[in-house]
Write a protein that binds this ligand. Structure first.
Ligand code: PLP
Length: 417
């Protein structure tokens, strides 16, 4: 009792100090016994702008579509799952005869791990892992945990995977059963030549499977899965298709999947088993992300309304153009040179000024509801600005204004020299 009155007293004091109206205090804070500050109220109402590689901003209508409770055996839900599975095959540009979509509960990494678990045989399996950044390296970590043998071929973080080198490796060593590559390496923004790599794999090692992590590019950067001879492609609900987080998915070649029975060392991440369950009963083996999947169906509708991949990529390209030109005017330099034309995320070098401290820069932007992300590149001090998610040209322009204000605040003269 004493505890409660002390708590209420404090909340009341804060309420008076902030001169917030008692009505809004009731609306937003009363039930939990505290008063939200002006700042957090604005978060509840509008949310922050996320210029990050995930989680990404989503539309209110997508979030609202997650409101209904539905049982996992409900025919409405089963129909939604069927719909989103076939829609994803269409968006991937492949035929439903040859390919299928297998959703899996969890974030994007769960799908990556599920593919590795499922596609690599327990004996005699070996992965050729092509990497030029953090997400490529993560696939190596997945292999380490499972105990799968692999050869990691590393390329500089500011360069694309070199197809000729891949061809040389495949010619010299015939032990690989799976080749993996990341389409958009989100740690830097580099776009790898997936179709070229896939063609080389198919030409030199026709039986070797080809796996693409297209997490941050699917739905926004074209990928010809047929020309690239892709067997497994993964992405997640909360990347360019702009759903809320909670599940990820694999678009898999059925003939490749059929050979994977019994490979998985994990029950929950067994894609073959998940596929059989969905095909046989239309249901998931374990509790599905029901709310997230409802939201995802709305996200697919909004994707179509925007004009599909073409419309979405046009907006991201425009976002990227605005941030690129604006940051250039402010004197910021990009980590990648002009030979790169990705439009998912841009890495910027830290300004060379004694007052620059990334933590302060980040928090001051965050106070203005602008969320950027520290760089994940290993060899340079960078921060990243994402263009993807529910972001529009006016959001990019506003971010630029905020960056200017924050630099002024920190005593960093602009344009940077
Ligand atoms: C976002 C992302 C992932 C998955 O990350 P999660 O945090 O598990 O969602 C994997 N690969 C790439 C290239 C990504 O951009």
């Amino acid at each position: 009792m004493e505890e409660i009155s002390r708590f209420c007293g404090r909340a009341f004091t804060r309420m008076v100090l902030q001169k917030s109206s008692p009505i809004s205090a009731l609306k937003y804070g009363h039930r939990r016994g505290f008063t939200m500050s002006r700042k957090s109220r604005s978060i509840a109402e509008q949310g922050k702008k996320l210029f990050t590689p995930g989680p990404l901003g989503t539309s209110r209508t997508v979030r609202e579509a997650a409101l209904p409770d539905l049982g996992s055996r409900d025919v409405v839900f089963i129909d939604k799952v069927k719909y989103l599975r076939s829609r994803l095959v269409q968006i991937a540009g492949v035929s439903g005869e040859d390919y299928t979509t297998i959703p899996i509960q969890g974030s994007g990494t769960f799908a990556v791990e599920a593919v590795i678990q499922t596609a690599v045989p327990r004996t005699g399996g070996k992965v050729l892992l092509l990497e030029n950044g953090a997400y490529g390296k993560r696939i190596g970590k997945v292999c380490d945990y499972i105990g799968i043998p692999y050869h990691k071929e590393s390329f500089p973080e500011n360069k694309k995977v070199d197809v000729n080198r891949v061809a040389d490796i495949l010619r010299a060593d015939n032990s690989f059963t799976l080749v993996s590559v990341v389409h958009c390496e989100t740690s830097s923004g580099v776009i790898n030549p997936v179709v070229e790599v896939g063609s080389v794999v198919r030409e030199i090692r026709p039986d070797c499977l080809f796996f693409v992590d297209a997490m941050s590019s699917f739905g926004a950067i074209p990928l010809d899965m047929t020309a690239g001879s892709v067997d497994f492609m993964v992405s997640s609900a909360n990347k360019c298709l702009q759903g809320i987080p909670g599940f990820s998915y694999t678009v898999a070649r059925k003939s490749a999947l059929q050979k994977c029975k019994g490979n998985s060392r994990s029950l929950s991440l067994d894609l073959y088993d998940q596929y059989q369950g969905l095909e046989d009963t239309g249901q998931f083996r374990f509790t599905p992300a029901t709310h997230t999947m409802l939201a995802f169906c709305q996200a697919l509708k909004e994707f179509d309304d925007e004009g599909g991949l073409q419309g979405r990529s046009a907006r991201y390209i425009e976002n990227r153009r605005i941030i690129r030109e604006g940051m250039k005017k402010l004197g910021f330099t990009e980590f990648l040179d002009d030979s790169h034309d990705g439009y998912i995320i841009t890495s910027y070098n830290f300004p060379d000024h004694p007052n620059f401290d990334f933590k302060i820069f980040y928090s001051k932007l965050n106070e203005k509801d602008q969320v950027i992300y520290p760089g994940k590149v290993l060899n340079a001090d960078c921060f990243r600005i994402g263009n993807i998610g529910d972001l529009y040209p006016q959001d990019m322009t506003h971010l630029l204004v905020c960056i200017e204000e924050v630099c002024n605040d920190m005593g960093i003269p602009l344009p940077l020299s």
